[in-house]
Write a protein that binds this ligand. Sequence first.
Ligand code: PGA
Length: 247
Amino acid sequence: MRSSLIAGNWKMNGSLQSVIDLVEGIKAGDPGNAELAVCPPAVFLMKVGGMLAETGISLGAQNVCDREAGAFTGEISAAMLKECGCSYAIVGHSERRALYLESDQLVAARFSMALSAGIIPILCVGETLDEREQGVTETVVTRQIDAVLDLCGIEGIARAVIAYEPVWAIGTGKVATPGQAQAVHAFIRAKLEQLDSGVAQQVQILYGGSMNPSNAAELLSQPDIDGGLIGGAALKADDFLAIAQSA
Ligand code: PGA
């Protein structure tokens, strides 16, 4: 039985004070049975990590460098994230792929670095509206996952979380229907099943894209949806906790 993970991706939002308030709000609430993780902007990781000590809430980064150390201005290594207390790192978020031109191979390299530092990568995959309309959703998701399989194998996926995030649903208020989301989640699990059924059954596959307290319960009740990667609604402690409670 897979447990539910509700992860908040705070993106580049907030200030030191608003981040402190948000963490206090989440700590004060009741997440039900779901595991929680929060991914604040990197400059606040140490602060948030300290505030989360002994709460059971995990800390995650929004990205991780594909190299170990050295002259990579502006990047943050997996080992540094580990020292900040990160258990998770998002890799391949569609904003990174689209706005910062991260290729499937770069995302795979980032994934690999996270694993080697003992950080659980949250691998984001998903199609654009154009790709959905062209009927190539499965091709796109396959290509994105195959890049990681080529570098890290199914053993790598076994130590990761996958997040299916249709690009057209991110930050748009347009949410995939539970049926649309479930179909892609089931496709991903079936694809992994061909390589290792134990891994396929155990790996958590989160949904992301305009999940909020009013649509979460139905999405999270789908058999292959094991949690959520939440953007906008994760910036309000009450909404984030309400989503967790419906898991
Ligand atoms: P959203 O973002 O919930 O604001 O759509 C999700 C994400 O980008 O992970």
